[in-house]
Design a protein around this ligand. Sequence first.
Ligand SMILES: Nc1ncnc2c1ncn2[C@@H]1O[C@H](COP(=O)(O)OP(=O)(O)OP(=O)(O)O)[C@@H](O)[C@H]1O
Ligand SMILES: Nc1ncnc2c1ncn2[C@@H]1O[C@H](COP(=O)(O)OP(=O)(O)OP(=O)(O)O)[C@@H](O)[C@H]1O
Ligand SMILES: [Mg+2]
Ligand SMILES: [Mg+2]
Lengths: 228, 228
Amino acid sequence: LCTLTDVKKDYRMGEVRVPALRGVSVAIEPGEFTVFAGPSGSGKTTLLNLVGLLDVPTSGSVEMEGQDVLKLSQAELGALRARRIGFIFQSFNLIPVLSAFENVALALRLAGHKGGDRKERVTRALSQVGLGDLMDRRPSQLSGGQQQRVAIARALVKDPALVIADEPTANLDSKTGQAILDIMRQMNEEGGATFLFSTHDDMVMQVARRVVHIHDGVVIEDEHRTQP
Amino acid sequence: LCTLTDVKKDYRMGEVRVPALRGVSVAIEPGEFTVFAGPSGSGKTTLLNLVGLLDVPTSGSVEMEGQDVLKLSQAELGALRARRIGFIFQSFNLIPVLSAFENVALALRLAGHKGGDRKERVTRALSQVGLGDLMDRRPSQLSGGQQQRVAIARALVKDPALVIADEPTANLDSKTGQAILDIMRQMNEEGGATFLFSTHDDMVMQVARRVVHIHDGVVIEDEHRTQP
Ligand SMILES: Nc1ncnc2c1ncn2[C@@H]1O[C@H](COP(=O)(O)OP(=O)(O)OP(=O)(O)O)[C@@H](O)[C@H]1O
Ligand SMILES: Nc1ncnc2c1ncn2[C@@H]1O[C@H](COP(=O)(O)OP(=O)(O)OP(=O)(O)O)[C@@H](O)[C@H]1O
Ligand SMILES: [Mg+2]
Ligand SMILES: [Mg+2]
């Protein structure tokens, strides 16, 4: 599905060059349920942003479904992101002036969804994460964990081929987090959607079938499990 | 130190009234190391905002060091918050245009700190949370967990009488989270600072000496432990 080959990513701050990823090579197969684990600052978000086509590498290549992303136009990248990739951001990135319902509905519209069942699909996505009664609230009228769940519903509503979840349970109690993990496992096992996580949460780690350990911008271990 | 008596807090959204806290009575003694635990949306942040004087109750009373907070002027409340209370926000609330160093230094200045050792104290606070090399970065140039640690350093640098920490380890790996918890325990056991947490993190729960369980806006259990 997605192949990173010797990917390096530098952030520049004036003269200073920060090597956030220092040569990462990873191949993601369709249908994976994979966690990127590592200490704070090790490069997980940077890596997920590259796989999610939100950013481009400084050197090395990112291939998505066989295409070199550096050869795609901005319009093609945008279309791929909107339709095929659901991204759950570490800091949620909800649109403040829209309600929870509208935030999720917008994602569905941007995905090219034409059907008359948009209202049903948005309602279902928000109900699944336990926010069925809170759909008309704006983000500032929701608790931290409720905002996180809107971000999750927004990523999942379009039934994407690839879900990238950057610390999706950080603000959730274990019961709520478990319920959401179950939804994701079902989408993966029945629907074949690929799931990539960054997490510090043991509960998520335990159900991963593959754990890629990252430290200081490099992969230090790639752990494939037959039994999660 | 702080006493809540039959505190209710409603949020209003036009005609709709949302009862976030529905009658909470809790007394906090100086030197406590206490966690407020409960599901997402149960009222923890709302409760911490009241104890931290960031908000006022709809009914019931909040007393801080014997004074009814509703009788204090805005200036007196502001001075109390700036000098005596260190608040770690669930969404960090760092000032985007200031560096990590400047964010922490500002808190120290607002606390009325006059000494010539400000630079040393800020540097020490940031080094303690592992950000000694990243002090000149702005928040957007830091990872999620690094931003959380700036928020922590900013609360702790002024050596406050009361630290209110709203999910302070949500974005941290367990090793980093443990290190920060150790610093907080030391400030509590040696310095006598009072610590109030909201958390979903078992590691924090385990070292609490008191756990107040909150569900749907009320306290359902107040668990005092002799052995954490
Ligand atoms: N500005 C607001 N307007 C309306 N309702 C609000 C507002 N802020 C919070 N609420 C509601 O008040 C309740 C308590 O929110 P609070 O933020 O205290 O929960 P919490 O326990 O901190 O949750 P979490 O663990 O998800 O952070 C929630 O049901 C939330 O939706
Ligand atoms: N815009 C930026 N400019 C400079 N450095 C940056 C920028 N964004 C991130 N970094 C640095 O790149 C490194 C990797 O950051 P990244 O956000 O990928 O870490 P992470 O593994 O997601 O951490 P966390 O678990 O704390 O979220 C960090 O050292 C961070 O300080
Ligand atoms: Mg991150
Ligand atoms: Mg909260």
